[in-house]
Design a protein around this ligand. Sequence first.
Ligand code: KG4
Ligand code: ZN
Length: 344
Amino acid sequence: PKRPFVLGIETSCDETAVAIVSADKHILAHSVLSQIEDHSEYGGVVPEIAARQHISSLDHLIKAVLADASMQISDIDAIAATTGPGLVGGLMVGVMTAKAIASATKKPFIAVNHLEGHALTARLVDNIAFPFLLLLVSGGHCQLLAVYGVGQYTRLGTTIDDAVGEAYDKTAKLLGLGYPGGPAVEQAALQGDAKRFQLPKPLLDKPGCDFSFSGLKTAVRRTAEACVDKEGLLTLQDRADLCAAFQETVAVCLANRLGHAIEKFRKKAGPGTLPFVVAGGVAANKVLRARLQAVAEEAGLTFHAPPLALCTDNGAMIAWAGLERLVASPDINDIDMAPRARWP
Ligand code: KG4
Ligand code: ZN
């Protein structure tokens, strides 16, 4: 493996994650501790519980990851941590730990924007040159971006209400499928008939690259209410058909907006083969991936999506984004940067 080696820490939501990556794109060690079970009885992430779990797990996880890579902390060239956006209690745990290690070892601290972590992950896996078109779909975001370089992004479109992952999670919750909703809805949809229910496709007849998903969730609720029996229960088949209809609608909306974004991006980026990357937790969805791949390849773009484990939150994406920032500006040190809940 080639230096620099960067240790990355992710604590912005309900995963405590640590990884070490090298300049030649090796993940030397990584570990993700999910807190799903700690939050599931509440139907969503409880910020206070999340922060406390990060505190009790993070030190052990860093030690374990170093041991896994057969490294000492002194072998690390820089420490990166998610500094925002996210739940501020969790962010503080990761950032203060990273800063403490950086200060003690006299190495730079690199503040990483969580979204930039998702955005650059595909470059850790594939050789993707700038510029590329990016669809970032996670629990908190749904954006189409033109990526011109590290830190250089132009937003082409965004959601005007809910994020896609949020729509999955809310749909799962109202259908009694538990949290997190994405994988559960995808699973249930496998047994469903996507054509049985017609759900509205927001913004589909409008130009541009923006998204809207809040109406979809409401439509799922109304349809479910119309189907329930006297006890207020849905059959398994109703539930599967609703999940399939929901997912089909999301796929059609994402594909339509991607089509518009490709036109915009082509005008700016010029001719030649351009890459399209889908990233973020929702990119783990196989049905959506396949649909987006078809649209991108049809339009002559190459298709890239990180492997499933690098789509949802992880430490490698933060280590890698930190490494890219370090390589771009070798004198970097963000020791004065504070955690921020919002970071546009
Ligand atoms: O990127 P991520 O791990 O965390 C955020 O930065 O938000 O994304 C989490 C989101 C959740 O809303 C989850 O339901 C969704 O990604 N997700 C999925 C799938 N796996 C995770 N959505 C659809 N299909 C999946 N297979
Ligand atoms: Zn994320």
